[in-house]
Design a protein around this ligand. Structure first.
Ligand SMILES: NC(=O)c1ccc[n+]([C@@H]2O[C@H](COP(=O)([O-])OP(=O)(O)OC[C@H]3O[C@@H](n4cnc5c(N)ncnc54)[C@H](OP(=O)(O)O)[C@@H]3O)[C@@H](O)[C@H]2O)c1
Length: 321
């Protein structure tokens, strides 16, 4: 389905699946799609919802808002995680490893900026949206797998929030002959920051595909969702054109957040799949992602990511199986 058709005519269905008894983690849950997805999950009966946020005060405000609107208190917990920092992600992942069960995770936190800054030696969007999002996924996979073992009736889900703009990425930015693509994208002289957010989402799509290919879907279902263009804080630095496009086309944050809840409601059929409008739709992946060249870039990226993450936490890549 095309972008304009989806924005004008499709409303993802209102989530109704029960989360009774479940523990769910949502990152970037203080505002935007993450906050609304967390609100749905609390409303749908989850026992414990961890709001992973970089600003604890904003997280506490979100928690209060969820409690007031759902009438359910004692469910949400605010945990600090800054995806621009390896130390913070490792501490968060290690804390998650202590909890007795983890049923579903929505890796939603991301940023869109045109300002070049470094975080952990890579351009910040690459670090937050790609490297540390994957690091966090690898840190929490053992908890999801362990929940499958302990509670066989549960099929744990790991959902990544991606975007259709992955198809807008300028793939000529991948310098042929280079195997350190993330490093090359972090060159402050050459980085094309106008297209950086779409590029980060393309990298995420490729790496999630690779991860899902390595992890058994029967253990943990891994998928990715495109929420469509939605009102949120994202793009706060974008120009007037983007703001006008949002006014005309964007879904409400609540409507967009339904797609995140659908992401963590899939069974085995969702494994490795890209969802749009709350439906499985692998054919909506960009021609590049489905091409031979896309496959080659995916392999190089995975090798580079493995090298980076093994440097951050030796042995971590063993979790990707
Ligand atoms: N809105 C759309 O039209 C749209 C379309 C397609 C895909 N998406 C995807 O949807 C997801 C949610 O975006 P949104 O639209 O809800 O945007 P948003 O309102 O800007 O929310 C982004 C969330 O990510 C958090 N975040 C940013 N940098 C972080 C860091 N270093 N560490 C931890 N958390 C960090 C933000 O925290 P702070 O509040 O502290 O900044 C915020 O909670 C993103 O993955 C985005 O790519 C959005």
């Amino acid at each position: 389905m095309g972008f304009f058709y989806s924005q004008f005519f499709v409303r993802p269905t209102y989530p109704t699946r029960s989360f009774q008894g479940e523990t769910v983690l949502v990152t970037g849950a203080n505002v935007g799609l993450g906050l609304e997805a967390a609100r749905h999950i609390v409303r749908l009966g989850a026992s414990r919802v961890i709001l992973g946020v970089r600003n604890v005060e904003a997280g506490e405000a979100a928690k209060m808002e969820i409690e007031t609107s759902t009438g359910r208190s004692g469910v949400c917990e605010v945990w600090k995680v800054d995806l621009a920092s390896y130390t913070s992600v490792l501490a968060f992942g290690d804390r998650i490893a202590q909890i007795p069960r983890l049923d579903a995770v929505i890796l939603n936190a991301a940023l869109a900026t045109r300002t070049f800054e470094f975080a952990e030696g890579y351009e910040r969007t690459i670090t937050v949206n790609v490297i540390n999002t994957l690091l966090l996924a690898l840190l929490i996979l053992p908890s999801l797998k362990a929940t499958r073992q302990k509670v066989p009736s549960v099929h744990p889900c790991l959902t990544f929030v991606v975007s259709e703009v992955h198809a807008w990425a300028d793939t000529t930015e991948f310098e042929s002959g280079r195997s350190d693509l993330l490093k090359a994208l972090s060159d402050p002289i050459k980085a094309k920051m106008r297209g950086r957010y779409p590029m980060s989402k393309l990298l995420e799509v490729l790496l999630v595909q690779e991860l899902a290919g390595r992890v058994r879907g029967s253990e943990v279902m891994i998928d990715m969702v495109n929420p469509g263009l939605c009102h949120s804080q994202l793009g706060r630095e974008a120009g007037v054109g983007f703001m006008i496009m949002k006014i005309v086309l964007a879904r409400s944050t609540e409507v967009g957040s339904r797609t995140l809840v659908h992401g963590v409601s899939m069974g085995l059929e969702g494994h490795g799949v890209y969802m749009t409008d709350g439906q499985l739709e692998n054919t909506a992946l960009s021609p590049f992602v489905r091409s031979k060249e896309g496959g080659e870039v995916r392999e190089k990226l995975w090798d580079e990511l493995s090298m980076i993450l093994e440097g951050v936490r030796p042995g971590i890549m063993e979790n990707a199986q």
